[in-house]
Design a protein around this ligand. Sequence first.
Ligand code: CA
Ligand code: CA
Ligand code: CA
Length: 640
Amino acid sequence: MPAKMWPDYAKFPTIVSPNLKFIAMRLVLILLIVPMLSSAQGHLSHTHWAIFFRSPLSEDGRMTVLRQCGVPADASVEHFSQRAVSVVPVDAVDRGQLVAHDAARHVAPFYSTPEGEFVTYHSSFFVKLRPGQALREVETLAGRLGLRIIGPDRFLPRIIKLDTDKHGVTAIEAVEVFRASGLFDLVAPNLMHTVADCSVNDPLFNRQWNLHNDGTPTQGNGTEGADMDVLAAWDITTGSPDIRIAILDSGVDTLHPDLVGKLRPGFDAMADPDSAGTMGYPTPTYSQDGHGTACAGIAAASGDNGIGIAGVCRDCSIIPIRVFSYQDLGGQIQPFSDTESFMRGISWQWQVGGADVSSNSWGVPDFLLAFFPGGDLMVNETIDAATSQGRNGKGLSMLFSSGNDGVTDSIPIWPGRYVNTVAVNATSMCDERKSPSSCDGENWAGNWGNHLDCGAPGVRIPTTDMLGSNGFNSTSYYNSFNGTSAACPNAAGVMGLLLSAHPDLNRANAERHLLSSAEKVGGYAYGQWKQHGHWSNELGYGRINAHLALQSAATVGLEEESALGYALLVRTFSDRHEVVPNDSRPVRWELMDMGGRTVDSGVSAVAITVAHAGLSSGLYALRLDGPTGHAVIKLLVSKH
Ligand SMILES: [Ca+2]
Ligand SMILES: [Ca+2]
Ligand SMILES: [Ca+2]
């Protein structure tokens, strides 16, 4: 048997028993996340065996197999409807009996919490080769461990997928051995686990305050103007059909009349690679399956078509990509996915789908990923490729919800907190960080703190629902979509507007305009100076503003910067532009309209302020004459 072919197995001290691993992880949680002690979250224990069948048997077929393995008739077994996987309580069966059955392809421990969150692993795992590294080193190790090489990843061919045999070493043990060899860039398991879908259900309201907040009772008595200034942005652009917003989620109702005209071909990353699956349509089993349709509507539902709502980027296109789905586990409906599904969805969106913006209202809590170390490495690898090589090398901006655990936990959950993604927290209709004490009265909080990038409206956002009885309710609209799930597509829609007006922006510059123009709302201490300006724990660079982001992106013409001899920082505010030279010597400046007429001028040794009061909307040129040269900057003044 393959396990016996590995005599040095005990040499690797990192291979600990699941029980030891469990104890170690709990200690880490207690040290790092003190507020979570009051929560049941994170208390994973080995509750079940997950049996992966060789073929997708019916429930009756699966039960027949399980009975033959000695599972009693009254055992509480759960059958995954979209995976050939069933889970059996550990006290109902011996693993050996499951492994011995011909119908079982793989049997793995299934760790879960009382809330139904779980993590287990597939028989396969991934190894990333170094540049130029031959497959031979994988073959040698695989041979010694009795593993099968499935082949290179379709999208990132340096990533090799391998499979274990149920009678030999487990995938987790094989990962440890490959990692300990030191031969490879990255080695990671192929986990199957629950996902945080970052949405919260609550009572109805019926106005899109995220676009334009009038502060009335129908919009939750918020603060007038506490919005993303989307109506003002629409004076500049309502979006371009050439800009495709990928919605990586539970799938999008492709028949919805407010979405149907703008959908591009979709993808089902949850399906077998050989099957078309749902093509990005949701599974209409549970109300929660409406999640992706709600996210798509916020970002880009058709506007000015006489029905329903208008998305932020109302003339942009949508690519529906299914990267997770839902499963009833003992009465708890849980979203779940796998490492490989995320990898495939993230790669497909740019390599095949041609995505310009990626909206991701999901994440995975650390306690699930950390259970099997390296659980996020291969997904990060695919994020790196998308964000650097997507959009024909300009880089794809990937936005993520920060998570809805800000009451008991704090920093954004992965992948929002990953370095190459944009993490979006939720704001209330009073421009506060969403918390139990924000003005909306709802008892949840978005994750905040280190690695947060920005905020966007995330409370009671009206949006599209799956048609008919499918989705959250019996209609085609849902008036109260809540959570950082709602905040992320709001921000992604603004990114869609930015790229519609400026399709050549690379990712770094697009994110700079999005984040540096965010409004410093909420009265928080924006005391830290980071890459894109002043930053706060509560809302990062601030609450996204579509109108200001577009004005920021229209600021061009730094081509003579080198003649000036030093860098300039241009910042866009609702009532002014500020141009800050990185030099203390006085600069003479002159503001001209597009007819070449001087409208203002002065001399300044600090920030040059171009107040919008007294100017009409349009493009202006700001000429700067410094001691060592001159520069011309184009500024867009857009008044509403
Ligand atoms: Ca509409
Ligand atoms: Ca990030
Ligand atoms: Ca419905």
